[in-house]
Design a protein around this ligand. Structure first.
Ligand code: WT7
Length: 645
């Protein structure tokens, strides 16, 4: 085991920070003891309202119901753009760094306002109204942020679909939310490669008859097919509309966006977030977790296709009038020094990335880091999966030169904003721990009976009171939200994660307790991969589990049983991988496929994943009780043939 060293808050960090430990403790106490007073103050301090709310908050977690700032009116685009114009119109809102190191752009708040307003008018002209859903399938270009904000400006609900998803996955998401409008680009560019986004949209739309508008941003000028009447070029359409577009007053509880995420069962869920509470959560955490000060250059390396990109590239930073950097490329292109070069080029102060990227870069040694200065850096952050202490220390010593605190931020698509995290000026750090709850967040650990565990211990992580940016619904299936998050432990929000609490009250997230796999920070449901595999004619059955992977955190291990008469082959393996790529996207392809003549099942036919997980993890001692298996001998043959040794 790696020894955990405690890193106390450095004096220089504390002196500059908004909050020290006393302030944290005092505010935290107020936030849970007098939540309405606390949140009313924050909502006034962080957001501009057209109309004040009638009630700060009302919720019932047993029913999964939460309402924040009901009756209050505001607009997210107004809060992220318009209100900053008078004082900061010429300040840079977005620094765009292209995949090609020679390409970058600076977009001021004035320019952001101009583009968002015009795009909003384009949408209006095409008949998009308040409440309508708009799908955004974009590469990492500023127009992706314009598209999100243009929707918010007119009250349309965006559904951003990550550009790595396949046409089939895109189609499913467009249909589920009944999007009638799609905003995309001709092609995306990542690591020198071109991604045919418009062509993917064309394929998806073959089965989406309701889509009547496709707005296409010109990124590469690559060849694209064109459907007259349906497709329009972004740059041309913008010229044909007025520059002025008033921001639609929205109720605090009106929907802002849908974002699909994977769970343990069934198809992906369209997590629905609303306007006031979500924006407050994003803005407030952005300021305090990243200790944001005016003039800071802030960079979150996520993709806007994931919630991290929503809350910490677009909404949180822009609500705070920050300068947010948007990176089109990948960490290792043109070489493994790219992140650090970008930090020097744009004088980045705050850098927020995923453990998987750090582990991949760690393998390249220190030279690509040490060839850069990084002297502008003040704060580092991680998100998406547990960070192993080795990677944490490397980040701290090699990247941050022992000068920059690291905030390990735990949260989820469903939570909307960061819930468990250090605050740089307040929290002594322990590598691998997300440390303590943010304001208003009441985490608990539950035992197998669903009882709260006191003091140090391990259990299932749940949250016992509503917070402003909490999930409001699963689009089109409200009952599914209740069943998934609020039924398992009545009165609590169930996170799906396991955690340990230590003697200092710090939380250590141990990973998912359900059938969700976290591959390089991408959340993948085992059921989705299994459904893809069994689509193949040769496949009778498939079971998918996660196993520890040095770089990706977890890898996907698939057990595949073939139909009688079918022979395993490398060819067939390739076909199966291609099928997963087609159904979901390349990022969901299994690392390992084991041919399994039989799967361990109970007498009632339920697959015993616990056993499959042990074999995939190469943990052969302690297989647990196999006596309830219909045929215990399958276990030995699976162990003999296992692939991860
Ligand atoms: C799952 C949520 C919202 C961030 C991006 C991922 C895991 C997230 C941490 C962390 C350990 C983490 C959890 C969680 N996770 N952050 N700091 N330490 N685990 O969002 O796709 O909704 O995935 O990511 O397992 O449940 P997501």
């Amino acid at each position: 085991m790696f020894e955990i060293t405690r890193h106390p808050v450095a004096d220089a960090v504390r002196q500059r920070a908004h909050l020290d430990n006393d302030a944290y403790l005092r505010l935290y106490q107020q936030s849970v003891e007098q939540p309405d007073t606390f949140w009313a103050e924050q909502a006034k301090a962080f957001l501009s309202w057209f109309k004040p709310w009638d009630q700060v908050h009302s919720s019932d977690l047993k029913q999964g119901r939460a309402e924040w700032f009901k009756g209050g009116q505001l607009n997210v685009a107004y809060n992220c753009i318009d209100r900053h114009l008078q004082q900061r119109g010429e300040q840079v809102a977005i620094i765009w760094e292209g995949d090609n190191p020679a390409e970058s752009a600076h977009i001021t708040y004035n320019k952001l306002h101009h583009n968002v307003s015009r795009l909003a008018n384009v949408l209006k002209r095409r008949g998009v109204k308040k409440g309508d859903r708009v799908c955004i399938y974009m590469p990492m270009v500023p127009e992706a942020a314009y598209a999100m904000l243009a929707c918010a400006r007119i009250g349309a609900v965006h559904s951003v679909v990550f550009g790595g998803f396949s046409p089939d996955a895109l189609r499913d998401r467009i249909l589920d939310a009944d999007c009638r409008t799609v905003i995309t680009a001709d092609e995306g560019v990542r690591g020198g490669k071109y991604i045919p986004l418009k062509s993917n949209v064309d394929k998806a739309l073959q089965s989406c008859p309701n889509v009547s508008t496709v707005v296409v941003v010109e990124r590469t000028q690559g060849d694209v097919a064109w459907v007259e009447g349906r497709d329009l070029w972004y740059h041309q359409a913008l010229k044909e509309v007025e520059a002025d577009c008033p921001a639609e007053p929205m109720d605090a509880e009106d929907p802002l966006f849908i974002l699909y995420t994977s769970g343990s069962t069934g198809k992906p869920k369209g997590v629905l977030h609303t306007t006031g509470g979500y924006l407050l959560g994003a803005a407030m955490t952005h300021k305090y977790v990243f200790d944001y000060h005016e003039g800071d250059i802030y960079w979150c390396t996520a993709d806007v296709g994931w919630v991290t990109g929503h809350s910490y590239i677009v909404y949180g930073p822009l609500a705070n009038a920050a300068t947010t950097l948007m990176f089109e490329g990948v960490p290792n292109y043109p070489d493994a020094s790219r992140f650090w070069q970008v930090i020097d080029k744009h004088q980045v102060n705050t850098f927020y990335t995923a453990p998987t990227a750090l582990r991949a870069l760690m393998r390249e040694g220190e030279a690509p880091v040490k060839s850069t200065s990084r002297s502008s850096l003040r704060l580092l952050g991680t998100v998406g999966e547990p960070i192993n202490p080795e990677a944490w220390e490397w980040y701290f010593h090699v990247v941050g030169d022992m000068r920059c605190p690291i905030v390990d931020t735990w949260w989820q698509t469903e939570t909307g904003s960061i819930l468990i995290t250090p605050l740089p000026g307040a929290t002594d750090l322990k590598p691998g721990s997300a440390t303590r709850p943010f304001f208003g967040v009441q985490p608990v650990l539950l035992d197998e009976q669903g009882k709260e565990i006191d003091g140090p211990g391990s259990g299932v992580l749940a949250i016992k009171a509503s917070w402003p940016s909490q999930i409001r619904s699963v689009y089109g299936d409200h009952q599914r939200m209740i069943d998934t998050y609020f039924k398992p432990y009545p009165g609590y929000y169930f996170t799906g994660d396991g955690a340990r609490r230590d003697e200092d009250g710090y939380y250590w997230i141990t990973g998912r307790v359900d059938d969700v796999i976290n591959v390089s920070g991408h959340r993948i449901g085992t059921a989705e991969v299994e459904s893809a595999l069994v689509l193949h004619d040769a496949v009778a059955e498939a079971a998918v589990v996660g196993y520890p992977h040095d770089v990706k955190g977890q890898g996907i291990y698939a057990y595949v049983t073939l139909m009688n008469g079918q022979e395993p082959s490398d060819e067939l393996k390739k076909d199966l991988l291609a099928l997963v790529g087609k159904e979901i996207g390349s990022f969901a392809k299994p690392e390992l496929i084991q041919w399994a003549p039989g799967l361990p099942k109970t007498r009632s036919g339920k697959i015993m994943r616990r056993i499959l997980r042990k074999i995939a993890c190469n943990e052969l001692e302690n297989m647990g009780d196999t006596s309830t298996l219909a045929d215990p001998s399958v276990v030995d043959s699976l162990i003999d043939q296992r692939l991860n040794r």
